[in-house]
Ligand binder design. Sequence first.
Ligand code: CAA
Length: 240
Amino acid sequence: MGKVAIVTGGTRGIGRAICEKLQADGFTVVANYAGNDEAARKFTDETGIATYKWDVGDHEATQAGCAKVAAEVGPVDVVVNNAGITRDGTLMRMGFDDWNEVMRINLGGCFNMAKACFPGMKERGWGRIVNIGSINGQAGQYGQVNYAAAKSGIHGFTKALAQEGARFKITVNAIAPGYIDTDMVAAVPDEVLEKIVAKIPVGRLGKAEEIARGVSFLCSEDAAFVTGSTMSINGGQHMY
Ligand code: CAA
């Protein structure tokens, strides 16, 4: 059996592509999800990958969920923090709940997953944590003070935890995707998205598989000397 990898928000979009790529790489993959049971069933039917349902923004639920995965599948060596939501709106229109939910899930989820899985990685002397940030955490984005703050926080979290993990052979890296062809981006109004795509030098949205290949590298043995880094995969939209 390969090393066990958990991908949060793993049943759809970028998360699903990451699960499939890590499975192809030989990992024993499990996908966490929070809401859409039907998508999760379809995902398992099509990929054979087991799913575990909990809210990564909930600290206790994440501890319990990761303990269940460890007991049923095996100790977790790879965590991909991919789960994320948007609650876009200008500051003037954004409510505290919109702020708090995005911080709780997108950034708090990374902390909760690391708290649950880092100790075991440290004990076994090997680990990979890959956090999915965003171009909008690097450059900001109109209408996203919550999301940009959370994603920017993920980049800081990555660099700090990388320093703590290094002596235990735990690498911690981030990927900053640009605009990828997923349901999240499809929710951006057409006229807004058209303007965004016009600013991407490569001239198109990215594909989920293009993010998954980056994750695959960062989880590999070949990436043992790569830690605390951010890999931007954005078609040249923001060069950072
Ligand atoms: N810069 C400056 N001004 C802008 C602007 C921008 N980028 N975008 C809009 N404005 C201006 C408008 O011109 C308008 O000005 P006037 O009132 O003078 O005409 C004003 O701001 C209000 O604009 P909207 O009508 O668009 O405001 P809204 O409240 O209806 O909508 C919004 C705001 C919800 C943020 C909408 O603009 C939007 O959805 N933007 C896209 C946000 C986005 O890119 N989200 C990414 C989601 S995908 C993702 O996050 C994945 C990832 O990691 C990349």
